[in-house]
Design a protein around this ligand. Structure first.
Ligand code: FES
Length: 165
């Protein structure tokens, strides 16, 4: 099956990365970064695979994964959409933006769309309260003063490859 073959390729790439860095001290975080870059998230079986390859207890790998916010144990869409539901954004209608976002994409919070393109996440404060309500797509595409009516335009742009690409 295509998915399995793809996964085999990813495991192969991960293993060759591990072989390159294996003898260096404190490489676990680097290996987890690489794995997340390849798989998009860190499924349990990937964590187990890493523990085995590095000869570490699975509890140590799991401990690091859950300690750092950066690591994700749930799948994410190619475009991770973060809607700020912090106080400043909330009072300016972020809940309606969130509602429209989920409605347009036909998903629940943190669920990935069937085409794999999007997932929607709620965050606390993105540090841009004066621009409330705020939406962040990926790591750096920032949208301020977002209204429910802007949601469709933002999403459509990423279906075509992104506003900023
Ligand atoms: S509360 Fe949304 S950016 Fe601060």
């Amino acid at each position: 099956m295509a998915v399995c073959e793809k996964h085999q390729e990813l495991y192969k790439e991960l293993d060759s990365y591990i072989d390159q860095v294996k003898d260096k001290p404190g490489i676990l975080i680097g290996v987890l970064h690489k794995a997340q870059e390849l798989f998009g998230w860190l499924p349990e079986e990937v964590q187990e695979h890493i523990a085995e390859k590095l000869n570490l207890p699975i509890s140590e790998v799991y401990g690091v994964v859950t300690f750092y916010n950066h690591f994700s144990t749930k799948p994410k869409g190619k475009n991770e959409i973060k809607v700020c539901l912090g106080t400043a954004c909330y009072v300016k209608g972020a809940d309606r933006v969130m509602e429209r976002m989920l409605e347009e994409l036909g998903v629940q919070l943190e669920e990935v769309t069937s085409d794999g393109l999007f997932s929607v996440h709620a965050v606390r404060c993105l540090g841009a309260c004066s621009m409330a309500p705020v939406v962040l797509v990926g790591e750096k595409d920032f949208y301020g003063k977002v209204t429910p009516d802007m949601v469709n335009k933002i999403i459509s742009a990423y279906r075509r490859g992104g506003l900023h690409e």
